[in-house]
Design a protein around this ligand. Structure first.
Ligand code: UDP
Length: 470
């Protein structure tokens, strides 16, 4: 039996208000609290508003289902009214998160510290993309734990931006040629077309500012937690750990053994219950399609996928968020689609993705390659068809398709054609595409949080190191 690592300390955690970030963050809070750490968990008021209004039973404390854990819940204003459209105005929103939000966080952290038990030393846990941790940690003399919610590969690439600059790969060349990057320590050779989208764009945007700033700041963190598994990215993690204290603790969302009576609410949107529909379907007969919480595409892509689904004859659940199509939120499906797929297709604006992927009826996932989606799909043993759109997704696709061989590409490049869609759907649903590799990677994920698994061991090592420094 492993010796329990328990420390007396107070984690102050403030989330980034995006689904793909706050999901693992909530699970990290649960894991810390299950080790005896007092947690103050802070959502933005807007995220809290979305989480509570998307449910039938609103709550003022999202952790009320875990009364056995010492998690105190608080909210903070992001500086905008609740009805401000943060997605539509995301440049203004993020400029303010970088410029104005840090001082608001600083005030809140000051208040939390002055009103908490002085025998519990406080420390900060923040998303690597947050703009405030180094400043707040310095002001209150706190340890600064940075949480990276994407693969370590992307972290290593952004961490070594200076090498991309030195080698003339950032800003990207205007020629359209592909180049292989083989000089990032710990990262296998990677084509420029597989880099994260901000590194493929020459003109600076707010996305560049967020990432470049984050990687200037992260060097000041005391500890860096990665939501990945050591066995998946051993070289990358080993090189990173030579630079800073690095711990692979993924998949954190499947780590917690402290079961709650009902799940901790996380979803920012109302989840349509697909369970009855799925229960009536044969094993591995349903394709699940989702492009996550942020990515947008164009009408043509949606329409080609729709035609491909019609041709394939396969049953499906398709998450079509409002605003999934840029500048055009209505009627994105082709005329007559409903009739064509009658009784074998369910289109929903949002669902409980993990519940869907866990259903024995699901046999494939057409995904935008968000990292949480990949972890969830692998965890459930569901092979993927990959259609990355932006951010980390192109690089995640490379890991899934080229390196781990647990999924296939929807097409080469951005444009999608219906015949190829139908062919790829049939291939992934046949199970032949990737079964043996998927089993292997799946057991790496499942083993990671077992008694002696690498993530479990790394988490305990993190707690010991934290205890030592605090
Ligand atoms: N998700 C969900 N319902 C949906 C679609 C997605 O609950 O209908 C969840 C999904 O389970 C995952 C998160 O939203 O945990 C999306 O994160 P990911 O990293 O895959 O993509 P992002 O949204 O950050 O692009």
């Amino acid at each position: 039996m492993k010796q329990q690592v328990e420390i007396k300390a107070h984690a102050i955690m403030i989330t980034l208000p995006y689904q793909g970030h706050l999901n693992p963050f909530v699970d990290l809070a649960m894991q810390l609290a299950s080790k005896g750490i007092t947690v103050t968990f802070v959502h933005t008021q807007h995220a809290h508003h979305l989480i509570t209004t998307s449910r039938h039973t609103p709550t003022s404390d999202i952790f009320s289902a875990a009364p056995h854990l010492d998690i105190r819940y608080a909210t903070i204003s992001d500086g905008f009214p609740l009805d401000f459209d943060r997605d539509l105005n995301w440049v203004d929103y993020w400029e303010s998160l970088i410029r104005d939000f840090p001082s608001r966080v600083s005030d809140l952290v000051g208040d939390i510290i002055s009103s908490s038990d002085p025998s519990l030393p406080p420390f900060l846990v923040a998303d690597t993309f947050a703009a405030w941790p180094a400043m707040v940690a310095q002001k209150y003399n706190l340890l600064n734990v940075s949480f990276w919610t994407q693969p370590a590969t992307e972290f290593a690439i952004d961490y070594h931006l200076h090498l991309l600059k030195q080698n003339g790969h950032y800003p990207p060349n205007k020629d359209d040629d592909e180049h292989v990057i083989n000089y990032i320590p710990g990262v296998a050779p990677i084509s420029t077309k597989d880099l994260m989208s901000h590194l493929q764009e020459a003109d600076p945007t707010i996305a560049h500012e967020i990432v470049f700033r984050a990687f200037k700041e992260v060097v000041k963190a005391d500890f860096i937690l990665h939501n990945t598994v050591q066995e998946l990215e051993p070289h990358t993690l080993s090189v990173l750990s030579q630079k800073q204290a690095t711990y692979a603790i993924g998949p954190i969302n499947f780590s917690t053994k402290t079961k709650t009576s009902v799940p901790i609410p996380k979803s920012l949107r109302h989840q349509v219950d697909c369970s009855k529909w799925l229960d009536a379907r044969p094993r591995r007969s349903v394709l699940y399609i989702s492009f996550g919480s942020i990515a947008q595409t164009n009408r043509e892509v949606i329409q080609e996928i729709a035609h491909g689904l019609v041709v394939s004859g396969v049953s499906f659940i398709w998450v079509i968020r409002p605003q999934i199509v840029i500048d055009d939120g209505t009627d994105v499906l082709p005329a007559g689609f409903d009739e064509d797929v009658k009784d074998r297709g369910l289109v929903v604006p949002w669902c409980d993705q993990l519940a869907v992927l866990s259903s024995p009826a699901v046999g494939g996932f057409l995904t935008h390659c968000g990292w949480n989606s990949i972890l969830e799909s692998v965890w459930c043993g569901v092979p993927m068809i990959c259609y990355p759109i932006l951010y980390d997704q192109p690089t995640n696709r490379k890991l899934v398709v080229d390196d781990w061989k647990i999924g296939i590409n929807l097409c080469n490049g951005e444009s999608v054609c219906r015949e190829e869609v139908a062919e790829k759907i049939k291939k992934v649903m046949s199970g032949e595409a990737s079964d043996a590799n998927l089993k292997e990677i799946r057991s790496k994920l499942h083993d990671a949080w077992s008694e002696d698994g690498s993530s479990h061991t790394n988490f305990d090592r993190f707690l010991k190191d934290l205890n030592h420094k605090i």
